[in-house]
Ligand binder design. Structure first.
Ligand SMILES: Nc1ncnc2c1ncn2[C@@H]1O[C@H](COP(=O)(O)OP(=O)(O)OP(=O)(O)O)[C@@H](O)[C@H]1O
Ligand SMILES: [Mg+2]
Length: 276
């Protein structure tokens, strides 16, 4: 089970995050990034954070430690922002905390190099969990003590929004064209050979056991939290078997929200749509 702490002080909102996560202090004297159960994205975002965070760490990727965190909305009383107040009020009880990495920098592919092996592991992992949120527009990678850390796994496992089609989703390919690490020549085949055999039923069962029942309860079509956990295990197990052969790296999309600036395109050696 994930450790459980209680929030003692709301420090500040992290405005870069669309879901408005907050920095909080807790009764273990730790500082955490808190992801709120009352955020508009819903509790499946938190389930995805737990499943993918715990799985990534088990596979040797660097992911900040996770914890369950209890919130009494009263700790945000002094916070003047209405949006934050509403979020705290909607999130009383159990939420998700991630160890705060002080001084971490957002990953910038122009300022930080990684090698083909590490890039391959991250791309393969993102393919496994179908992460659409590690693009050059929004890398969701931090650099801390000179190493790469993976954060923000809320927008993964799209199949859990439509369980009846999950079996086909397990077979679906992964388009890594926009992935922030494609410029480092990711060794996807090497990563698949190394990591796929490690994604066993035992490992996945241990990973999904960390998801609190409260976030799985009442899922339509399932007979309780354990049945939902089983469904996560099945899709990820199936996906781990073949995804390495179904990762495509094509031309980067230059569609919305905006075209990458010229200096990024030069570095990536791609032409934007309509570019000469
Ligand atoms: N563990 C951490 N340590 C330090 N900073 C962090 C940590 N987690 C998140 N941050 C900072 O907070 C920002 C928002 O976090 P995160 O990306 O998880 O939120 P989100 O609401 O899911 O974001 P998005 O808008 O990408 O969906 C990150 O871009 C990063 O700058
Ligand atoms: Mg993010």
């Amino acid at each position: 089970m994930l450790p459980e702490v209680t929030a003692t002080r709301y420090v500040t909102p992290l405005r870069e995050g669309g879901s408005l996560p907050g920095i909080v202090e807790a009764d273990d004297l730790g500082t955490y990034v808190m992801k709120f159960s009352g955020a508009g994205q819903g509790r499946k975002t938190l389930v995805a954070e737990v499943v993918c965070g715990q799985l990534g760490r088990a596979l040797g990727l660097r992911v900040p430690d996770l914890a369950r965190i209890q919130l009494d909305p009263v700790i945000g009383r002094g916070e003047p922002d209405q949006e934050v107040q509403a979020l705290l009020k909607a999130s009383g009880g159990l939420n998700l905390a991630m160890d705060y990495l002080p001084g971490a920098l957002g990953f910038d592919p122009l300022a930080f190099e990684t090698d083909a092996a590490e890039a391959g592991r991250v791309v393969w992992f993102d393919a496994l969990i179908n992460n659409v949120d590690r693009s050059w527009r929004n890398p969701n990678l931090l650099v801390w003590h000179g190493e790469l850390w993976l954060i923000d796994h809320g927008a993964t496992m799209i199949w859990h929004h439509n369980w009846p089609t999950a079996a086909t989703a397990a077979q679906r390919p992964y388009d890594a064209s926009d992935h922030v690490l494609v410029t480092f020549a990711p060794d996807v085949a090497g990563a698949a050979a190394e990591l796929a055999p490690r994604v066993t039923e035992e490992l996945l069962t241990a990973v999904v056991a960390d998801v609190p029942d409260e976030w799985l309860d009442g899922e339509p079509g399932f007979d309780g939290p354990d049945a939902v956990r089983r469904a996560y295990v099945e899709v990820l197990l199936e996906r781990a078997r073949g995804i390495g052969d179904r990762i495509t790296i094509g031309e980067r999309s230059t569609a919305a929200p905006s075209q990458a600036p010229e200096w990024v395109r030069v570095r990536l050696n791609v032409k934007g749509k309509g570019a000469k």
